[in-house]
Structures are given as C-alpha cells and as structure tokens.
Ligand binder design. Structure first.
Ligand code: SLL
Length: 256
C-alpha cells in the first residue's frame, strides 16, 4: 500500500464552512420578466468558506473549497424542475426564484482521495424577514415592510471534522489553511436580527462571521441571566414590603 493511503491515527483536522441562503424580494417589474410571475423572491443557497472577502458584498466565500470538496448536491422542493442540482465546481451554490420556503438537503461530497463519506446538511430556505418583534409568526410582513428591511440572510456556521485522515488528504488540507475569521467585527450588521434594537440595525447589509461571535453569544446569555436574577430580587423585595404592610394593616384592624 502506498504511504498516501495510510491513515494518520489519532489526528483530527477541521475546516470551517457556512451554509445557508440569501433572499431578495423582487419588484413588480422584475416579476413580470419571469417565466413564472407568481414568484416573489430571488434566492441563493450556498456552501462557502466561513471567512468573507474584504468587499463585504456576500456572506463568506473568501476561500475556494474545491481543494477538498468535489461536489455539492442541493435537493430542492419537487415543484422545481430538475430538483436535484449537482454543483461540481465553485461557487457551490444555486440561484433560483420562487414563492415559498422549504427544506433544502445539502450533500457535500469530498474529493475521492479523501476516502471520506459524503455528509448531509439541512437548511430551511428563508425568504421572509426575521420577525422585528421577536415573536414567531407565520404571517410574513407586507411587501413594503419586507422591502424596507432589505435582503434576508440565514446562515449556519459549522466545522467539518476529519478523523484519522489519509496522509495524502492531510497534506492537501494542510497545504490550504483556511483564512482565519476577523478578530474584530467589521460590519455593523448583526446576524441575530430576530430582535433588532432598531430598524437601522436590521436592514439591508451583509453580515459577516467573525471570531468574537461565540464570545458574544456567551456574553448575551450571561447578561440575560443577570437580568433575570435582578428581576427576581426586585419582586422579592416588593413581596416583603407588601407582606409587612399586610401585617401592619392586620394589627391596626385588631387594635380598633
Ligand atoms: C410552502 N411547503 O407551501 C412549501 C412549498 C414550494 C416552493 C414551497 C417555486 C416552484 C416553481 C417555489 O417557490 N416552490 O414554481 O417552480 O410554502
């Protein structure tokens, strides 16, 4: 057996990726030009590197992933013709128009030398804006509101982990180190737009994954925990005051 087909036991190596979609609402004029004028949105579903390029025109996609990914298969809703789309070269993405949200199956096939099995991911195609109120609602906002909010982004960060890789595959991977995520936040647009502090914070911009997002999430949870504790304390104090008052009133009644 060639040295290349030897597995490097006990070693793991990972590659960060993102997968998800971007969607824009079509204008009435754009819709008229479509073969199906009932389509309301243009969307792109993609598998990309987590790092974005500096222009900030799209989420992720700075690194070419074809050094380890051979094909990405996107399985769309059966209302689409040729609903299984095989993409054999970068960019690993599909752009379509449509009217409805649905689950997309994303199968990532690795280069044959890797000896790795394909992996399957699921992405819920998102067309309608993240609720500005933070409440779950099946009713999308009216078109003027949706248009004002700008393109919708729904992206998931993930890490593909290879255990005991073949030596040759490991060489290929180490020859292509992923671009590290930026240490600081370069874009004002947050990913978590479900509860935007303002319309300005939630509208029209391209978000970016950056290294501090995990820390941010931990801090958000910690802030929420402290807020709950403070709230409990306030109500406990109020309860004690009321109980004292009740005692006082009872005593007064007894004395009269
Ligand atoms: C829904 N369960 O009812 C989903 C189905 C189907 C989306 C969504 C276009 C198809 C076409 C399209 O948007 N299909 O006309 O080619 O919301």
């Amino acid at each position: 057996m060639s040295q290349d087909r030897v597995r490097v036991r006990g070693l793991t190596i990972h590659r960060p990726i993102i997968y998800g979609n971007t969607a824009t609402l079509l204008t009435p004029a754009e819709r008229e030009l479509l073969p199906s004028p009932d389509h309301t949105h243009r969307w792109t579903v993609a598998v990309r590197s987590a790092a974005s390029d500096d222009e900030g025109t799209r989420v992720g996609g700075k690194d070419d992933l074809s050094y380890f990914i051979k094909r990405v298969t996107f399985k769309l809703h059966e209302t689409y013709t040729n609903s299984t789309r095989n993409i054999d070269k970068p960019p690993f993405e599909v752009t379509e128009t449509g009217w409805g949200e649905f689950e997309i199956q994303i199968r990532i096939h690795f280069i044959p030398e890797s000896g790795e099995k394909a992996i399957l991911l699921y992405h819920h195609l998102k067309l309608h804006p993240w609720s500005a109120t933070g409440t779950d609602s099946d009713v999308p906002p009216p078109p003027d509101v949706a248009a004002a909010l700008g393109p919708v982004h729904s992206w998931q960060y993930d890490e593909i982990v290879f255990f005991d890789p073949f030596q040759q595959f490991l060489n290929t991977l180490t020859a292509h180190p992923p671009t590290p995520l930026p240490k600081t936040r370069r874009r004002p647009v947050p990913f978590h737009t479900a509860n935007p502090a303002s319309l300005a914070e939630s509208r029209g911009g391209v978000p970016e994954f950056w290294a501090g997002m995990e820390k941010d999430e931990v801090e958000r949870l910690e802030r929420a925990r402290k807020k709950v504790i403070a709230e409990q304390e306030t109500w406990r104090t109020k309860l004690i005051e009321k109980e004292k008052e009740l005692e006082r009133l009872k005593r007064e009644l007894g004395e009269s």
